[in-house]
Design a protein around this ligand. Structure first.
Ligand SMILES: Nc1ncnc2c1ncn2[C@@H]1O[C@H](COP(=O)(O)OP(=O)(O)OP(=O)(O)O)[C@@H](O)[C@H]1O
Length: 264
């Protein structure tokens, strides 16, 4: 389990996160929801140990978190803006997910894991294509394949147990079919003992896939609850927009529709 206790972060005199305590558990999918600028990406980055908080503590039991090499083998992180050399090919980028595991040359296990990842994200036919020539969705799937390849210690699915996958807006640029495949994958990973933590903007997708929701507003924890506990009022408070429930775990904003009716 990863524990965050009283986490705060100030940057350039601005408070980005304030007194946040929560935990992430292997085998659970936690989704962070909240309006733009709420601090979702920042919280994800702090929890993945990409930025040091200015207050509070983070614990990753049984890992020396000061060792980047050890850390890369227990948690993997898909950021929104990945800065990678666009001259790399798709296969080379996916191989980067194996860097924590090999020294100079990859072995047969690394190669098998990369081939599986290329297949899993339907990018095998693009293996030799440079990143600069990929579409937005193809590039996103290549980064997903890289972090997926990083989860495996060896080719056995059991080797991903108790690891953590952090994903910032993972469905960005994905068409509906690939979005569904990603949701299926997240479920498969949690069933195999991975702790998945995602930032999503699609409330209904979050409600249907999360085991736990973390609601963030203005850098503060506005709630931590199960999807079945979400109500119209909770969403209205979070986004400052009226919502209506239109089905089982399905909510839509109210105002936009009624405004259109008022105009016409
Ligand atoms: N280095 C920085 N210095 C000052 N403020 C920053 C810095 N980095 C981010 N911020 C601010 O922190 C706030 C939280 O940013 P963050 O990216 O975590 O929000 P978010 O909830 O992920 O938003 P979005 O939904 O728009 O992606 C924003 O107001 C942002 O402008």
């Amino acid at each position: 389990m990863i524990r965050l206790d009283n986490i705060s972060l100030q940057l350039n005199r601005k408070t980005l996160l304030q007194d946040i305590s929560t935990s992430f558990i292997p085998g659970e999918h936690t989704v962070i929801l909240g309006p733009n600028g709420a601090g979702k990406s920042t919280l994800l980055r702090v929890a993945a140990l990409g930025i040091q908080p200015t207050g509070g503590t983070i614990s990753y039991p049984s890992v020396d978190i000061s060792s980047q090499a050890q850390l890369s083998k227990v948690r993997t992180f898909l950021t929104q803006q990945s800065m990678f050399n666009s001259e790399l090919t798709v296969r080379e980028l996916v191989f980067m997910g194996r860097y924590p595991y090999y020294h100079r040359t990859p072995d047969a296990t690394d190669i098998e894991i990369v081939e599986n990842a290329l297949q899993r994200f339907s990018i095998k036919h693009l293996s030799e294509q440079k990143l600069q020539f990929l579409s937005g969705g193809e590039l996103q799937r290549t980064h997903l394949a890289r972090v997926y390849a990083q989860l495996f210690t060896d080719e056995q699915i059991s080797s991903i147990r108790n690891k953590f996958l952090f994903m910032d807006e993972p469905v960005n640029n994905l068409d509906i079919k690939h979005q569904e495949e990603l949701i299926t994958l997240a479920t498969e990973l949690t069933e195999n003992g991975v702790g998945v933590v995602s930032v999503l903007h699609d409330i209904n997708m979050a409600l249907h896939t999360a085991d736990k929701l973390i609601l963030l507003k203005k850098g503060l924890l506005a709630g931590e609850l199960n999807p079945t506990e979400i109500t119209e009022n909770i969403l209205e408070d979070l986004y400052e927009l009226p919502f209506e429930q239109t089905g089982d775990l399905i909510f839509s904003p109210k105002r936009i529709r009624s405004k259109i009716y008022q105009i016409f």
